[in-house]
Design a protein around this ligand. Structure first.
Ligand SMILES: Cc1cc2nc3c(=O)[nH]c(=O)nc-3n(C[C@H](O)[C@H](O)[C@H](O)COP(=O)(O)O)c2cc1C
Ligand code: SF4
Length: 395
């Protein structure tokens, strides 16, 4: 391997978020300097929507009584990245929350994690007990539901209500809800600066990503990869493939199935995934082996998503359930008719995510549909690949 290739390789495996904890004090900087540095870093949210972090911070900084909510719920059953980060490097997340609180002028920070994750809760409790940040810090647990991590639903839960999203954007009323991985990056930018942050990743999408990889790889789990690493290289980080891959589910259960041979050489960025209809989303990549059935897997996930509706918007309650029914019957025409009635409706992105997922499944597994209609299934003997919401303990 040439020196240039070796340097490139080591840069691509840069480990920042999961590196050994750095407990040195954060440099003293003014609120304006910190905000400018975060803006220059190009950091975007790691909770799914990739919203520019500096823009949200700036909006909340204008509020009368701003508060910070740290979103560590990770309700997506196929994602463990936030749990691993919180368990392995809780102080980095707390540092980021403190920087964010300083930038927006908040005197109160609430950490929210799923109820079933005892390990995460214990590590976070320990870390918070070791701090003296001179700020009110609360740790709350919420039910382990898919929608509980949606920011407005999370606020309802923290205020003693049900896990029901609202149309309102929390940052527009002075509440900064930020994903734990985003905040860990905020801490790194505050400590090392924007140009250091930009040394990893691509010009348009700088930094690293914590990815959960499951399915047909040797060592499923969580790793940190540089944005822009090809999916093939990402899978190598997980020990490589254990079977011929049929398709990849990129972005979790609101994500998109993509044929493996189309996407393996694409870089891991939103820009590169967009032509396939995909995005990084929850940063989960599931590798479906050739001998498993994408239709069976998708039918299970779609039913799970229908059951996880927060039950308040008609197009979601009835629409996602109707899509799950149509998918069970492989009624592709009905799925096509339902899509415009369901996507984009409701108070949150749940119906849109479910519609995108279903449409990508019928597209990528079109050949399998004919087989199913003839009463056969090429993956009948394969155990389920995609986990549902029964076990919340991460590996
Ligand atoms: C149904 C649904 C579930 C969500 N679950 C989570 C979650 O578990 N954790 C998370 O950080 N964001 C989740 N989000 C995204 C949040 O609403 C919000 O965009 C995010 O916490 C903002 O943080 P970020 O800007 O740092 O990404 C979810 C969104 C939807 C629509
Ligand atoms: S769209 Fe669905 S999940 Fe979202 S708020 Fe409405 S009912 Fe709840």
């Amino acid at each position: 391997m040439s020196a240039a290739v070796a340097a490139e390789r080591s840069a691509r495996t840069a480990v920042r978020l999961l590196a050994a904890p750095d407990r040195s004090p954060l440099p003293r900087r003014s609120r304006a300097q910190l905000l400018a540095e975060i803006e220059a870093s190009g950091l975007t949210g790691r909770g799914g929507a990739a919203f520019p972090t500096a823009r949200k911070l700036a909006a909340v900084a204008h509020a009368r009584r701003p508060v910070v909510v740290v979103n560590g719920v990770e309700g997506e059953p196929a994602s463990w990245k936030d749990k691993v980060l919180l368990a392995q490097n809780p102080h980095l997340v707390v540092d980021g929350a403190m920087v964010a609180a300083r930038v927006v002028g908040a005197r109160e920070v609430t950490f929210a994690v799923g109820r079933a994750n005892r390990t995460v809760r214990k590590r976070l409790e320990q870390a918070l007990a070791e701090r003296g940040d001179g700020i009110d810090i609360y740790l709350e647990t919420v039910p382990d539901r898919f929608v509980a991590g949606e920011e407005s639903a999370l606020l309802n839960l923290l205020n003693g209500g049900p896990a029901k999203p609202t149309m309102e954007k929390p940052y527009e009323r002075g509440v900064l809800v930020q994903n734990v991985e985003t905040l860990a990056n905020v801490a790194l930018v505050a400590r090392h600066g924007a140009s250091w942050f930009r040394r990893c990743g691509t010009a348009g999408e700088p930094g690293t990503a914590l990815v959960t990889v499951l399915g047909a790889v040797r060592n499923p789990g969580v790793a940190e990869v540089e944005l822009g690493t090809t999916l093939r290289e990402v899978l190598q980080r997980f020990g490589g493939l254990t079977a011929f891959p049929h398709a990849l589910l990129v972005g979790g259960y609101f994500g998109t199935w993509i044929r493996a041979h189309d996407v393996l050489d694409a870089p891991l960025t939103n820009a590169a995934l967009a032509p396939f209809g995909g995005s990084l989303g929850a940063r989960t990549i599931a590798v479906l082996p050739q001998d498993a059935c994408g239709l069976t897997e998708s039918a299970r996930v779609l039913r799970y998503l229908a059951n996880e509706s927060a039950g308040q918007c008609g197009p979601c309650i009835f629409g996602v359930a109707a899509m799950a029914d149509a998918f069970d019957r492989l009624d592709v025409d009905r799925l096509g008719r339902l899509a415009p009635l369901v996507a984009g409706r409701g108070a949150c992105a749940h119906p849109t995510g479910a519609t995108r997922f279903a449409a990508s499944a019928t597209d990528v597994f079109a050949d399998e549909i004919a087989l199913h209609r003839a009463g056969r299934c090429s993956g009948a003997a394969h155990p389920p690949v995609l986990p549902l919401g029964t076990s919340r303990e991460w590996r």
